[in-house]
Design a protein around this ligand. Sequence first.
Ligand SMILES: [Zn+2]
Length: 307
Amino acid sequence: MPELPEVETIRRGLAGVLVGQKLLTCKGFTGSVRSGKMGGRVVGLRRFGKLLVIDFDNGESLAFHLRMTGQLIYRALTPSVSSSGPALIGSVAGGHPNKSFVGELPDKTTRAVFEFEKGVLFFNDQRKFGLFEFLPSLEVEKMPFVAKLGPEPWKMTVLELKKRLLRHKKSKIKAVLLDQTVMAGLGNIYADETLFLAGVHPERLAGDLNDDEIAKIIEGAKKSMEASLKSGGSSLRNYLRVDGSYGDYLTLFANVYGRAGERCKVCGEKIAKIKVAVRGTHFCPRCQRASKTVGGVAEVANKRRRK
Ligand SMILES: [Zn+2]
């Protein structure tokens, strides 16, 4: 599922090719598209959590939410010949990584096609949970989804997160971190990576965390998403290797996600996988103790075992 770093990667990629271009036509393959919105030139791209917004100079915006399997793929009409590398020079692709990144388009997952002066933007979505809509630029921040978003980790303070965690004090921290109204940005992958970097067990209760742990969670969230951004997220660059094979971008930064049964990179313990709030959850049983306090459940159990 595309998460914040993936959406930010697409935002940067599309900004590089779309700004200055005029939108000529828009064809929705599922449902109709409001007409009369064409002709605006792209002035910039914004991101609100995982919502991606293209802004035009006529006061209109085009918002995308990729949800589970959404992708945005831009193909230049005249590929530039300056760069070396495999096929698809002049392309930008991001979101749910699969063969549509490199295949012929439109394909059976294509939901809408946006024609610009120098290229075509395809919105693909296999499972159809994603959405796009045209709306006045001034109304983007009033969309219910946007208005309810919590601050992103880069704007979060320990005090603010503590206050927000206490509203869910009996819930497991992993579940609370997935709640975008508490803190925006973390999906399943980065919630697991964040808790690993913070050394916090995913089943700890949100109300039991101390200030030091809350600070480490904010740092962990920033660090894990920045590592992904640096590696390019699930973009065409990481999907299609130079030799033409397909890559898994997670291997570039993941410490625990998708590594059940493999050795922890820090302590060598086997990474465990459990279910928390019906989501597959990966963690290191040694680096992320269930209870931090001496005399807690884990410590007592360990003492008994030693006797
Ligand atoms: Zn470990």
